[in-house]
Ligand binder design. Structure first.
Ligand SMILES: [Zn+2]
Length: 64
């Protein structure tokens, strides 16, 4: 059994600072840059904000 999984180090959430192996890339508004937030903080970002954009999920472990 090869243990060669590609595991990236967890990234910190840019809202709460907690490291997570799954983050969501979002844009809070048209004026803010893209940020990476954890699934706990994601609901705090208003989807109804003008300019809100969802940029997909980031995962530490990518299985191919
Ligand atoms: Zn967070």
């Amino acid at each position: 059994m090869g243990r060669r999984r590609k595991l990236l180090p967890p990234k910190p959430c840019e809202k709460c600072g907690q490291h997570a192996d799954r983050l969501v890339r979002v844009k809070e508004s048209a004026q803010t840059p893209w940020i990476m937030v954890c699934y706990t903080c994601w609901p705090d970002i208003g989807e109804e904000n003008e300019g809100y954009e969802y940029g997909g999920e980031w995962r530490a472990s990518k299985r191919r």
